[in-house]
Design a protein around this ligand. Structure first.
Ligand SMILES: Nc1ncnc2c1ncn2[C@@H]1O[C@H](COP(=O)(O)OP(=O)(O)OP(=O)(O)O)[C@@H](O)[C@H]1O
Length: 254
């Protein structure tokens, strides 16, 4: 199975965020999507999951050699700050979610078993979601994709709000299920990208760019990624210019 992006472009007003992006993501590989703030990671995920309209280009899913335009039902987009119904309990919400998606769930389990997978405190499942921490809400989101097992899983900064124990559990779960899915994981935490992902893809200069796999084992891994994310970036030129101005100013004073 492959997720194929062809000539994808998106602008907001005059700001072009993605320009003719072509990329192929494959099943069984966990991808880390790295990019600077505002580079377009969330925009890319929103386009793939059809939450916003493309200006140009298409996204396909290829299965057994047959290529079709992607259906939003094949994609689960896990956001950093989930918007869940506040006045339901965790149990009520997951029960409703299972009922609403019953035709798509292959391997149905008792509800409490699902909560156990993400190490959700059983005493908390009957309190209202409005009382949940961000980490607890994120565990509910994880449950949603573990119940649905969609073909494509997009995770926008997913583990940041989880405590280290749950992060570790989630890393294990992602590694366990990754063979049957296409998983793309956006993060600013380079160590996480290195730990959990097979391939690193940069979103930089409005386009996607594969990072050579050997970089992951390089002792200067973080420096190299930063260099790649700052090449031909105007902000760095501005920074350099400011330092030059300061140096000149300093020299004229001394
Ligand atoms: N609905 C919108 N209307 C106008 N501009 C938008 C909209 N959504 C995103 N943008 C702009 O598109 C650019 C890319 O935003 P996006 O949220 O995709 O970046 P990101 O890589 O996810 O950033 P971060 O790492 O900070 O979360 C930004 O300049 C942002 O201001």
């Amino acid at each position: 199975m492959k997720l194929i992006i062809e000539s994808l472009s998106k602008s907001f007003g005059k700001k072009e965020v993605l320009e003719n992006v072509d990329y192929v993501f494959e099943e069984g590989i966990v991808y880390a999507l790295l990019g600077r703030n505002g580079s377009g990671k969330t925009t890319l995920f929103s386009l793939i999951s059809e939450q916003i309209k493309k200006d140009k280009g298409k996204v396909f899913l290829e299965e057994d050699g047959v290529k079709n335009e992607i259906n939003f039902k094949d994609v689960f987009f896990m956001v950093a700050e989930p918007n869940l119904p506040k006045f339901l309990t965790g149990r009520e919400f997951i029960k409703f979610f299972i009922e609403a998606n019953k035709d798509r769930i292959k391997d149905k389990k008792p509800i409490e078993d699902y909560f156990k997978i993400v190490d959700f405190d059983i005493n908390d499942i009957d309190i209202l979601i409005q009382g949940y921490s961000t980490g607890m809400k994120n565990k509910l989101q994880m449950l949603m994709f573990l119940i649905l097992r969609p073909k494509v899983i997009l995770m926008d900064e997913p583990l940041t709000s989880l405590d280290v124990v749950v992060q570790f559990e989630m890393k294990k779960i992602i590694r366990k299920i990754h063979k049957e899915h296409i998983i793309i994981f956006s993060t600013h935490i380079l160590q996480l990208a290195k730990d959990i992902c097979d391939n690193i893809v940069l979103l930089h200069n409005k386009n996607l760019q594969k990072v050579d796999e050997s970089i992951k084992n390089d002792k200067d891994f973080e420096d190299k990624i930063i260099t790649l994310l700052t090449t031909s970036d105007d902000s760095i030129k501005v920074l350099d210019k400011n330092f030059k101005d300061l140096e000149d100013e300093y020299e004229s004073l001394s």
